[in-house]
Design a protein around this ligand. Sequence first.
Ligand code: 856
Length: 298
Amino acid sequence: MQLTPRTGARTFTRLLTGLLTGLALTAGALAAPAQAHAASPYERGPDPTDALLEASRGPFSVATQSVSSLVLGFGGGEIYYPTDTSQGTFGAIAISPGYTARWSSLDWLGPRIASHGFVVIGIETNTLYDQPASRGRQLLAALDYLVEDSSLTIRSRIDPDRLAVAGHSMGGGGSLEAADDRPSLQAAVPIAPWNSDKSWPAVQVPTMITGGESDSIAPVSTHAQLFYESIPSSAEKAYLELNGASHFFPQTTNTTMAKSMVAWLKRFVDDDTRYEQFLCPPPGGLAIEEYRHTCPSS
Ligand code: 856
């Protein structure tokens, strides 16, 4: 009577071990062909869906911290960061507003992007009238601030090798300047970009340009399209033109732009190929007037 339960337990353990081994082998055999590429070590968050990218927030909770206007190199601003510390570091992106505009003109983008697992700094510029080259330098100064001088809460969350820039109008022109000046950036997202320099043949940074079909301040024919075509096709690039959109489309929530922008950042800042499906084949639908791309292959 004493041996029976012990023998029973041992038999059960052996059975269970055999069963688990069998399951593991089966799972391994099934998973092996599907796992053609190793997953990026920078993947953060669940497998993406259309619904996840179209929602007003991603899966991460976000907190904020203000940056003083007295900081050197740019005009201060607002940092948005994921509160989660359990999944490793995050990439970081600096975003500049346009001529005469403050960060508040774009601030819906802060929590939206950060909640997908990025540290975001929305900058104020030194003056409201700074030109694109200056905005480019200020974007890079803001990234340097994040990596080197921000509070430990922020710094400890950032991977200094996975940085990106974006901006609207002259801020978008600035993001091209920053990409041109710092090829180690992992992504650039110029939004309705304005720049008097039309040609960017030295840009190597993966760049997604968004333009508005009805933009009369930075018409796509003389800005976004020329910038896109001048970037060599050896660089990953995409051009998203929004149907009927004016110069000011990024100043209110724009789901089409946000969806592509987050996918671009995930794909190139996090090397997360789970997001490739939202870039290639390119997105379609009534909101998109035109899309050009190099179709990144994983
Ligand atoms: C919001 C850029 C000659 O250039 C212009 O007239 C011009 C106007 C506005 C902007 C811009 O950045 O707008 C964004 O202020 C160029």
